[in-house]
Write a protein that binds this ligand. Sequence first.
Ligand code: HEM
Length: 410
Amino acid sequence: MATAGRDIGSVELTDSELWLDGPPHETFKEMRSGCPIHWTESFELFPEEPGFWSVTTADDIHTVSRDWHTYSSERGGVLVAAAGFPLELAQAMFIGMDPPKHDRLKALFQAGFTPKRIAAHEDAIRAIAIRVLDRLEGRQTCDLVGDVAQPVVARVIGSFMGIEEQDDAIWAKLMNSTLGAADPDLNPDGFEGAVEKDVPEIFERCRKLIAERQEHPTDDLTGVLVHAEIDGEKLEEHEIVMGFFLLMAAGNDSTKATYCSGMRALMENPDQLQLLLDDPSLIGSAVEESLRMFPAFAHFRRTATCDTELHGQKIKEGEKVVMWYASSNRDETRFQDPDRFDVRRTTEHQAFGAGGRHFCLGTALARLELRILFEETLKRYPKIELAGKPAFVESLFINQLKTLPVRLSP
Ligand code: HEM
């Protein structure tokens, strides 16, 4: 897309033309240098939504992320647009809460997500990945999104949540059609369909899981939510359901996105792929580089709680402030040659957030899943190559491929 000479200040970041091939990296680059705190006035998909501030540099995102007093997750939700989802539901997830309630709820899960506790799942996760790859036996080609990434991540998070394996596909479909509601391939009924059909079905199915656990306590994460007590009080049903929704959404969409985009980058950069084949100990840094270049979530959002100023820009109380990790992870003041995929790079990125209260709970699990997926895929298919044009999910939020056709062995 020709960009020379345009006034970056007047660009509307929600213009769908900009997002056809994933996040608009050229536009973000212009914003970082010319208008790092940028205002988008109107919203293409949701004309009734107010405009928003875009925060595009790593330093500014670091500031916003760590100052929950000024930049609230609770006041207006954590996505650039509410898209018809009631604020009350967003606020029932701890990602949509401010301290102190946020901290108390998150603490219930933190012990189970430490690197040490997560490492204990390595064999089980590897067995899942191997089983899914075994199903490709005899095939020349496949879709890495639907045939590998989706079933692996669905079973991993499904086993954490206590879901039966036969229900993985239906849960994956429900999560995809809710989070991917802007994409007609993922949800032909759009946001309305997600709010009127998919979310109620998620609630209905989740109520069954809750009832089972009230009857017979379990030690899965759904059980943790059902039996959680904050200040001596149990969570309300909609809080349990939305806590479940948060973990399912984070577990289903995130690693899938980064694995597929990382594999694509390896296939498009055979020299980098060769480095990993020659020295598999580089897979850890290849995972980090994939997270940096392809953060699974392009943004999270806050709402200003008071009039304030960021990087010289005045922001008014109540205005939306959106942190674009898809931009900050390519900030040239932090990363040399930021658009180059370099599996040996080790600079710290912001794919999991930039610290602060809402820093990703699932970092250890995501890193482990990604390492295992890369290891097992490359071990089995070292000559894997692209077999068609990958397509991005249409979304300002989930930075994800919906298809990635590959030839497994030439
Ligand atoms: C590639 C993998 C992943 C990426 C890039 C990622 C990214 C993020 C980011 C950027 C946030 C911050 C949200 C904010 O600031 O408002 C976040 C929060 C969160 N993530 Fe992840 N995530 C990943 C995997 C996972 C997994 C596997 C889980 C667990 C099942 C998970 C669970 C969560 C939860 C529960 C939160 C909310 C934390 C809070 O509000 O305190 N994430 N994630």
